[in-house]
Design a protein around this ligand. Structure first.
Ligand code: SAM
Ligand code: SF4
Length: 333
């Protein structure tokens, strides 16, 4: 399935819920967002139907996200159903990890292949400040559970924010003795954090990936760890739009994702499905296509036609537009 700019679209990110057990300051207001009513949220059978149609049109890889995907009841059952769909090669998840110690086993058995766990700081106090209600130990236990249950790869996503003064070298060290792939993601000044009710972070808080790589390299050399080299473990599939590096002999890698300083729009292969059944062709554009309505009123052919329109409507690039009407927690990152 090619879009009108010649890109192959084979990846669908599915937001399972707008709810979350954290309230990260860059993602959600403290009081939470107006929660979608139960009947606004796609039922599992609707998600399965949409994925079935999407897979017939060339979608091969899925990522479940949220809000927090693990707070949605029955998520392992959904994964098992999605896993049966012909043409779906892998199912991944982005999670804050809190519920992984409890759920990793059933998720693995259901067919979840990879997990990305979000972790922005290794400092317990700062973790509480960022998530407003989480504790660092919970997410670290989630990472441990993911490694123990053999998810491959296990990635850690860290959003980098200048005014947080995060311990980047500490993150880099995590990759030495464990098969962990830490990815630094440039903070995107959208929604909550950029507004008056958020932390007040702005464009000045974006740390361009090139600068971060230089900083980590300097710190690593000073600490006797040597320089990062382009990663030999880099694989073509499932690794996303990051540039990967590693320390010699390390088990894991460090990735740099630069949505702002180095657009990867020309390689964009994805669509997003919101929890309330809208296809969103670009993270940064508020154009949405109501696939739930199409499916329920015009059947599978209607949904197919709508998917074609959504792919046709995928912009060539975000052209430095980063604002969105929806909060990140409603889009799924
Ligand atoms: N709750 C899950 C989690 O936190 O991993 C999944 C949903 S969350 C919205 C998906 C990802 O979006 C997380 O890695 C989060 O750090 C990232 N994110 C949220 N707001 C962001 C922002 N303003 N800039 C960059 N990344 C952001
Ligand atoms: Fe929840 Fe993830 Fe948003 Fe944090 S980033 S509030 S964990 S949805």
């Amino acid at each position: 399935m090619k879009d009108s700019h010649g890109r192959t679209i084979d990846y669908l990110r599915i937001s399972l819920t707008d709810r979350c057990n954290f309230r990260c300051i860059y993602c959600m207001p403290e009081e939470g967002v107006r929660q979608m009513d139960h009947d606004e949220i796609l039922r599992f059978d609707e998600i399965v139907d949409i994925v079935q149609i999407a897979s017939e049109m060339g979608i091969k890889r899925l990522r479940l996200t949220g809000g927090e995907p693990l707070v949605r009841k029955g998520v392992a059952d959904l994964i098992a159903e999605l896993n049966k769909i012909e043409g779906i090669e892998s199912i991944a998840m982005t999670t804050n990890g809190v519920l992984l110690p409890r759920m990793a086993q059933e998720l693995k058995a259901a067919g979840l292949s990879r997990v990305n766990i979000s972790l922005d700081t290794l400092d317990p106090e700062q973790f509480r400040q960022i998530t407003r209600c989480g504790s660092l130990d919970q997410t670290l236990s989630g990472i441990e559970a993911a490694l123990e249950h053999g998810f491959e790869p296990v990635k850690v996503n860290a959003v980098t924010v200048r005014s947080l003064n995060q311990d980047f070298l500490g993150f880099a060290k995590l990759t030495i003795d464990q098969p962990l792939h830490v990815r630094f993601i440039e903070y995107m000044p959208v929604g909550e954090s950029s507004g008056a009710d958020g932390s007040g972070w702005g464009k000045q808080d974006v740390i361009p990936s090139d600068e971060l790589l230089e900083t980590i390299n300097a710190q690593a050399v000073a600490a006797g760890l040597g320089e990062l080299v382009p990663a030999a473990k880099h694989k073509p599939n499932g690794w996303g739009p990051a540039r990967y590096y590693e320390f010699e002999g390390a088990q894991g890698t460090l990735g740099f994702i630069s949505p702002l300083s180095r657009h990867f729009c020309s390689e964009c292969n994805r669509l997003r499905l919101s929890a309330d059944g809208k296809i969103r062709p670009c993270l940064f554009s508020d154009d949405e296509y109501d696939i739930r309505e199409a499916l329920n009123n015009r059947g599978k052919e209607g949904a197919r036609e709508l998917l074609r329109q959504a792919i046709g409507g995928k912009p060539d690039a975000h052209h430095d537009k980063v604002g969105t009407e929806r909060k990140m927690s409603q889009i799924g990152g």
